[in-house]
Design a protein around this ligand. Sequence first.
Ligand code: NAP
Length: 257
Amino acid sequence: MSLPHPPVSTTRPLFGQVAVVTGASRGIGRAIALALGRAGAHVVVNYRTSAQAAAHVVEQIRATGGKAVAVQADVTDPRQVEQLMDAAVALGPPRILVNNAGTAKSRLLLDTTLEEWEELLKSNLTAPFLCCKAILPHMLREQYGRIINISSIWGIAGGSYEVAYSASKGGIIAFTKALAKEVARAGITVNAVAPGAIETEMLAMLSAEERQALESETPVGRLGHPDDVSHAVLFLASPSASFMTGQVISPNGGLVT
Ligand code: NAP
């Protein structure tokens, strides 16, 4: 059994730690995978359909001297989640899980179908539930773990035309706080990162006017970069963040305070 508090290197503080990042083929997940890789983690780059993009992320991590492997799995499917975690465990005890994979849809509540509602809850809430259930036995055995759930400012403040998305992202905040209490004594921390508007393909659904409005409403005067999120995740994933649990960190440029 490995030590509950592994020795920390200042240059590669996550050296050798197996880290699973869901939805890491692009956007925020990609930035998180690269940051964890630079910090020395052995990264499991999960993707659903973007095999080529995921392979490129793996190449980039290896190019900086890190270790990574791409694993295809739809994280809304319990069987595929088990396979994803089996692939991680084959590399060593998984110490870090970042539940990043998610989908968004902008709709008035009255235009939202039951199928759309269920789809959003499945990808943004059920998937993290499945991933946590599958990884926790390994973390409990090691008495160490770092779980980071990617929420959204709309999970804190509620987004207009995004009732279903906001409900799923608010749900993951409550999930985070409750699970943090359940596993705290086992050396496992559970935190949420709730980004503001970040430049990724997810923002493609916004019109030019909507983007501009978001930019000017954001006190720092710009949209976020995926690395604005990965920096927060890197902190929460580090062994030294052992007193941070059940918290929500929101890199949002001051949009929601
Ligand atoms: P994105 O560019 O649309 O990327 C989504 C990623 O999730 C892709 O890698 C996609 O993989 C993966 N994915 C989606 N469903 C999946 C599933 N069922 N199984 C496995 N992988 C799946 O999104 P993003 O902007 O980077 O967002 C990442 C997270 O941050 C999401 O949870 C999102 O809600 C949250 N967030 C984003 C923003 C923003 O402004 N961008 C703000 C706040 C919060 P494939 O390409 O292989 O399908």
